[in-house]
Design a binder for this molecule. Structure first.
Ligand code: ATP
Ligand code: ATP
Ligand code: MG
Ligand code: MG
Length: 870
């Protein structure tokens, strides 16, 4: 079996609204060997992965997939189920998957969900190997694969603290973006964004974090404020440590001044021998070592967020209880066999690992891993009670005395942390300050939430809620996202929308095929109509509105760059691009493009073209409020939509009108929309109607819409490369990007209205289209021009000169006469040469691929040619 393509679709895509792995397989000989034709296949597979039993598959109840296996199903489908189950076994619960056949015999597309990209990609490859091993009756180590997947999960999945905050934000409609492989997260888009990294937030003070890091500094601050802390001091030599020990009393704790997870800490030291060892252990972590009084009592964590006491837990370090027979090692194994204990953060509790700290603790008490403790003897295996070190936690929030709550809130403010975990020891936390015997040993920035979210005992607390409340005190102010897709007119429509928004005072992040602009300032040039561009604008901290041009390629190869949009616009669906990226039919292409209107929020708006049958075929899939646009007020679909209470944007006579059952709002006349050239360019009229629909759906006022639409010109400055008309006095030059059959047809209708004279064109085909598409394009061009020059602006992976030859063939087939075609491969020469062909009264149309060089050549000539009045 060959894996021909394998990649992650990171956002909503043609198959699912969620992240999914996309894999193309050539199953070769297995094409003739479905599962029932491979002897013993089902049995061997089920022995390896018994949990496949639970898959319902198309039959819809457990055992369904097994039934399919026994009746005979194809390799691709089986691999899909294996990949899903491998992820589930590794603690990444996913369910959705499908396999599709392609026109190529033996080639299948497999799509299935993932939670962790690296693990999803690995599961795909492993599923293929596993299938082959089972089919060939070979050995296969499933456990190894599953534990490798678990490692990837721990590396890449968000930790429980971060995830709880993300989940809370999501439940409030706040989008999130993972900014790096660590838990660095952006909540909200653009100007509405806040950041977190686990429980550190964009409100967390850096100076406070630094203070909290130094245990001695913390103690000094707290002590000065009357908060009880253990007696003790910082030492740097063993002699000093001994002095401190003698001075402080019977039992001490020795720990590094800066450290965490109890590394280098030793508690309950009662003799000089222990002290020496403990000092060396702490010194290994930090030159400054704390010797302090050993405080008796339980170990508590008090959580304070935004100055308010939120939760408390009593923690116990990992330990075992002797039975008089078993060794410590065996007792650890017993504890770890608890199904609640998992690997890393997978389960409520973490397995206990024997490490250097455990060995040191044991040896301090004269024990080793093989000692047999007495019955009921408690042996601690870690110095600290962290859950990630195998500790346990009990929620005690309701037991905390109000005095102690107040103390915790004061401590948080004194150190200055917005989210803080205060570690304290106390005999009885329900008593007032003095009688409780409480002493604060440490304050922690970035406290973990797991012990509160899922305590071993006691009530779970949603401690993520106060974090999100704090970050968004007024609630999240939405930064609307408008997304435009279609075969033609995307850039123009996006720019028109962005221009109108800017004109009404918004700060817009725009990403499209010409580049990225933030509040009108170009920050990057190049094609940014894929998810990468979307990512850049949604991260941009200044923007309050986001406009995305969404190209087909990005949706197909990576998925959308956003999970939801406020306004989705589907302009038109032409036949461009069929046959690439496994999109074979017009219906398939419609499904790809409809993604943009499928991800519209419930409260949002979908805008669709009622004059385009292909677009209307996905109407049912569109979400939110539906607005249709049309150049024809009599269009039956428009009339029906109005009757059903919908809103439409139409051209009625020469007016652009927003129409509902009860109301006509005249936006402006065609003459007032500069990009239509007074109504001559009907595709730009359509684009303008679509933009009006989007802006109206967003809630802009009539005045705001008018002001924008009426001031957006088809100039080389505002919309470079789209219908830029230069008056060279003796002749005219039109610079326009159009490069597919649909846009050629539009030009054929338009050019005669622009000029009565001869139409000459400099055109090219786009190399990544199929031969037929290029020939069809040529045929369409035959109806546009009287004379044409072909060049090779955009060969992609074809040999130079091949693309124009195909377009040439189309021209001939379209009835164009040979004498009126010329081919000049080199684009720069072609531009120069075509100018030598222009005569008085001609209309010269240049259809470039990359704008910059061509624009330069045109402007140069323009300066030379036109004469200024004297
Ligand atoms: P973490 O990273 O888990 O917060 P840490 O390395 O910062 O750990 P501390 O919080 O100072 O270390 O101490 C770890 C544990 O050691 C405490 O939770 C407590 O159980 C114990 N401990 C620390 N200081 C004392 C003390 N003075 N008396 C008794 N026990 C103490
Ligand atoms: P691309 O796929 O290259 O990004 P696009 O969809 O962004 O294209 P624009 O750049 O706005 O489209 O327009 C490119 C050209 O397509 C225009 O200059 C015009 O020739 C033609 N065009 C624009 N709008 C339409 C439309 N609604 N219908 C048909 N052709 C159009
Ligand atoms: Mg601590
Ligand atoms: Mg574009």
């Amino acid at each position: 079996i060959d894996i021909k393509e394998l990649r992650a679709l990171r956002g909503p895509n043609r198959h699912t609204r969620h992240t999914a792995i996309f894999m193309v397989l050539d199953i070769n000989e297995y094409e003739s060997r479905p599962s029932d034709k491979i002897k013993g296949f089902s049995d061997r597979l089920l022995t390896l992965i018994p949990t496949l039993q639970s898959h319902g598959c198309s039959i819809g109840k457990p055992g369904g997939f097994i039934q399919r296996l026994q009746n005979g199903t194809w390799a691709g489908h089986i691999i899909e189920h294996i990949a899903i189950e491998l992820q589930c076994l590794a603690g990444m619960e996913v369910g959705y998957g499908k396999s599709l056949s392609t026109p190529q015999k033996g080639t299948y597309i497999i799509v299935f969900r993932y939670l962790v990209e690296s693990a999803g990609l690995k599961a795909a490859k492993d599923a293929v190997s596993l299938f082959e091993a089972v089919a060939e009756g070979k050995e296969f180590d499933v456990n190894k694969i599953v534990s490798d997947l678990k490692v990837l999960r721990e590396e890449d999945m968000l930790g429980p603290t971060t995830w709880s905050i993300v989940k809370e934000a999501k439940s409030r409609g706040i989008p999130f973006i993972r900014l790096n492989q660590d838990s660095h997260i952006q909540l909200g888009y653009g100007a509405g964004q806040k950041r977190i990294q686990a429980s550190i937030t964009s409100n967390t003070s850096a100076i406070a974090v630094e203070t909290a890091d130094e245990k001695t500094a913390v103690k000094v601050y707290l002590k000065k404020a009357g908060i009880p802390v253990p007696n003790g001091r910082v030492v740097t030599t063993q002699d000093e440590a001994m002095d401190a020990f003698n001075e402080i009393g019977t039992a001490v704790v020795v720990k590094p001044d800066v450290g965490n997870h109890g590394n280098g800490s030793t508690i309950n030291i009662t003799n000089p021998d222990q002290l020496k060892k403990a000092f060396q252990a702490a010194k290994a972590y930090h030159p400054d070592v704390i010797v302090e009084e050993y405080v008796h009592g339980g170990d508590y964590r008090l959580l304070v967020i935004d100055g308010k006491f939120i939760a408390a837990a009593r923690r116990e370090p990992a330990h075992i209880i002797g039975d008089g027979k078993s060794s410590i090692n065996d007792l650890i194994k017993q504890v770890n066999s608890d199904p609640l204990r998992g690997f890393g953060h997978e389960k409520v509790l973490t397995q206990i690992e024997v490490d250097e700290m455990t060995e040191r603790l044991l040896s301090l008490n004269g024990l080793s891993i093989n000692s047999v403790p007495q019955e009921k003897q408690i042996v601690y295996l870690k110095a600290t009670a962290n859950l990630s070190q195998g500790g346990t936690a009990t929620d005690v929030t309701d037991e905390v005395n109000p005095d102690i709550r107040l103390m915790a809130e004061r401590a948080a403010r004194i150190i200055g942390l917005d989210c803080v975990g205060i570690d304290a020891l106390a005999e009885d936390i329900s008593q007032p300050l003095g009688p409780s015997g409480i002493k604060v040993v440490e304050v922690n920035a970035a406290p973990g939430f797991r012990m509160h979210l899922e305590p071993t005992k006691g009530r779970p607390r949603n401690v993520a809620k106060p974090i999100v409340d704090m970050l968004f005190p007024e609630g999240y102010i939405q930064v609307p996202v408008l997304a435009v897709t279609g075969t033609n007119g995307k850039t123009t429509t996006c720019k028109l929308i962005a221009h109108t928004l800017k004109y009404s005072g918004k700060k817009v992040g725009l990403t499209c095929t010409t580049g990225i602009a933030i509040d009108g300032n170009s920050i990057l040039t190049g094609d940014y109509s894929g998810p990468e561009g979307a990512g850049i604008v949604v991260r941009e901290p200044t923007v309050d509105h986001i406009v995305l041009e969404i190209a087909r390629g990005g949706i197909v190869r990576r998925g959308l760059g956003v999970d939801e949009v406020d306004v989705g616009v589907l302009l038109n669906i032409g036949e461009d691009h069929l046959g690439t990226d496994w999109i074979e039919s017009q219906d398939e292409l419609c499904m790809v493009k409809s993604t943009v209107v499928e991800v519209v929020k419930k409260t949002g708006t979908s805008v669709l073209n009622a004059d385009d049958n292909a677009s209307m075929s996905v109407l049912e899939r569109a979400r939110g409020n539906i607005i249709l646009f049309s150049l024809d007020p009599e269009n039956p679909k428009i009339k029906k939509h109005i009757r059903e209470g919908g809103t439409v944007i139409i051209l009625d006579g020469r007016n652009a009108v927003i129409r509902t059952m009860v109301l006509d709002i005249i936006v402006c006349t065609l003459e007032e929309i500069p990009i239509t050239f007074g109504g001559i360019i009907d595709f730009n009229t359509a684009n303008a109607l679509a933009a009006i629909g989007a802006l109206h759906g967003l809630g802009l006022t009539l005045e705001q819409i008018r002001n924008g639409i009426m001031t957006f010109y088809p100039s080389a400055n505002q919309n470079p490369g789209r219908m830029n008309l230069f008056d060279f006095q003796k002749y005219k030059v039109l610079l326009d990007y159009g490069h597919n059959t649909d846009s050629a047809r539009a030009l054929a209708r338009l050019l005669p209205r622009l000029s009565p004279g001869r139409k000459i064109g400099l055109s090219h085909g786009t190399g990544n289209r199929t031969n037929e598409q290029l020939i069809d394009y040529g045929k369409a061009l035959a109806l546009v021009y009287d004379y044409i020059m072909l060049t090779d602006f955009d060969p992609r992976n074809r040999p130079l000169g091949e693309t124009p030859k195909l377009v040439y063939e189309g021209l001939i087939r379209g009835g164009f006469s040979k004498e009126n075609i010329e081919i000049i491969q080199d684009p720069e020469k072609a531009v120069d040469y075509i100018f030598s062909k222009v005569k008085k009264g001609d209309l010269l149309v240049i259809q470039p691929d990359e704008l910059e060089p061509v624009m330069g050549q045109i402007m140069e000539r323009y300066r030379q040619t036109i004469t200024l009045p004297t």
